[in-house]
Design a protein around this ligand. Structure first.
Ligand SMILES: [Zn+2]
Length: 183
């Protein structure tokens, strides 16, 4: 006596652009942080060039007080280095966040975990991984498969490392949880 219908996930009234903004707002924000970091570094670079020209003229006009001038230069260098560090930290942090987000997306993708051929829908057989697959596997756990249909011949990677990992992401885990909830 199961009266629950198919999951209602489609929202055709929502525009594609708004949906993109909603789905990828995390990536958009971090891309903006990268841009801010680059802007900080590049902007500081032009400021530094201007200040360097000022210092050069200052040096010509006041040759007498070298000690004081050196002090000014040292202070200036310390200040610009700090702003550069902030810029680099922003960029590195944002890039790391984007990389982790991509990994999270790949791990959660139900299409990439489903052990059915994406071309013809046949079952997949596991085959040995290649050199590049091991590299990808270090970032996100993957396995290589080929289509069981000889006429199709599809080969490719699916996400998921452990045994039964694909089952958990295709709904078995949820049904277990639902069963427990109704008890
Ligand atoms: Zn196939």
């Amino acid at each position: 006596m199961n009266t629950s219908g198919p999951p209602n996930r489609r929202q055709p009234s929502e525009s594609r652009w708004r949906r993109f903004l909603r789905d990828y707002r995390f990536e958009i924000i971090w891309a903006a942080v990268v841009a801010l970091g680059l802007f900080l570094i590049l902007e500081r670079f032009s400021i530094r060039q201007t200040l360097r020209a000022w210092i050069a003229t200052l040096m010509e006009t006041s040759r007498g007080s070298i000690g004081r001038l050196a002090d000014v230069v040292l202070r200036f260098l310390a200040a610009t280095t700090l702003s550069d560090v902030i810029g680099f930290v922003l960029i590195a942090g944002a890039l790391a966040a984007i990389v982790l987000r991509v990994r999270w997306r790949l791990l959660r993708s139900p299409q990439l975990a489903l052990l059915k051929c994406p071309v013809c829908g046949s079952d997949l057989h596991r085959v040995h991984r290649r050199g590049l697959d091991h590299l990808i596997n270090a970032f996100v756990p993957v396995r290589r498969y080929r289509c069981s249909n000889r006429e199709c011949g599809w080969r490719g990677l699916r996400v998921g490392g452990g045994h039964g990992a694909s089952h958990a992401s295709t709904g078995t885990g949820r049904s277990v949880r639902d069963r427990n909830a109704t008890r």
